[in-house]
Design a protein around this ligand. Structure first.
Ligand code: HEC
Ligand code: HEC
Ligand code: HEC
Ligand code: HEC
Length: 156
């Protein structure tokens, strides 16, 4: 084999090694500090799009990862770290289309419907927080619990 081809192969090899190495550096799911909650599984959103400050919730409001993220049995993922693979809520709470007058328990609804799971999680903690602080719903300092304080007016 001549030197030129050998050099060429070496470069290709190095490029491959580098590609794999950098790939593993970025393995797992990245998360923005703040993002719009707009699941693509909805054809159309009925309500305004909520902006969620992921970073503020875990740093300023001191919420544990496991207060929102859990495994397939609903067990809290308290040891989660940034960069770990994290499933989206809708991967398990799959349904977006609600059937009217469906006779299932509140718990079953949460398990089934994305919207119910999200509302139970977000509003549940917000209600507890406001109760603990003695905030009424109307208090501007209160964590949002009513539709309009969380969903902005214009649906986008
Ligand atoms: C207050 C609730 C809450 C807390 C606390 C929280 N998260 Fe999240 N996290 C979410 C929500 C909601 C999403 C968006 C999931 C979705 O789109 O279904 C998300 C998304 C993510 C994603 C990106 C997933 C993707 O595919 O887009 C990662 C990674 C993540 N969180 C890691 C963490 C880690 C690590 C912690 C703890 C340090 C943490 N989260 C704390 C609610 C929370
Ligand atoms: C890997 C699948 C999976 C993912 C991902 C997932 N869940 Fe769940 N979740 C479950 C299961 C299963 C249950 C029911 C557990 C039980 O029956 O006790 C559950 C239960 C819940 C409950 C009810 C908890 C209670 O105390 O009654 C809420 C609220 C909830 N999930 C919200 C979320 C939110 C918000 C996310 C995303 C940040 C999420 N889930 C991601 C599988 C998942
Ligand atoms: C474990 C508790 C907890 C959970 C779960 C939680 N929050 Fe909060 N959230 C808080 C607290 C505490 C505040 C109020 C902080 C303050 O203003 O002092 C807050 C404030 C907010 C605010 C107003 C201030 C801001 O940061 O923009 C929004 C919007 C919000 N939460 C959205 C959400 C959404 C959406 C979810 C569900 C995906 C969620 N939260 C889940 C604890 C929680
Ligand atoms: C704590 C914030 C919060 C509060 C309070 C809240 N929601 Fe939501 N809601 C959300 C988030 C976040 C989603 C998920 C949107 C997504 O990821 O696409 C959602 C989803 C929805 C959806 C499905 C998506 C759509 O737009 O069609 C409906 C409908 C909805 N909410 C209605 C309501 C109604 C009605 C109320 C009052 C009874 C309410 N929400 C209160 C945060 C909130």
């Amino acid at each position: 084999m001549n030197k030129k081809i050998l050099g060429f192969l070496l470069i290709i090899g190095l490029a491959l090694v580098f590609a794999f190495a950098s790939n593993s550096l970025y393995a797992g799911t990245k998360v923005e500090d703040s993002f719009k909650m707009k699941a693509k599984e909805y054809k159309k959103h009925k309500k305004g799009i909520v902006t969620f400050s992921h970073k503020k919730h875990s740093t300023d409001y001191k919420a544990e990862c496991g207060e929102c993220h859990h495994d397939k049995d609903g067990k809290p993922l308290n040891d989660l770290k940034m960069g770990d693979d994290v499933q989206r809520c809708i991967e398990c709470h799959k349904e977006t289309k609600k059937k009217k007058d469906e006779k299932i328990s509140k718990k079953e609804k949460i398990k089934k419907y994305y919207e119910n799971a999200i509302h139970a999680n977000c509003k549940g903690c917000h209600k507890d927080h406001n109760k603990e602080k003695g905030y009424k719903k109307e208090n501007p300092k209160a964590a949002p619990v009513s539709c309009k304080t969380c969903h902005p007016k214009t649906a986008k």
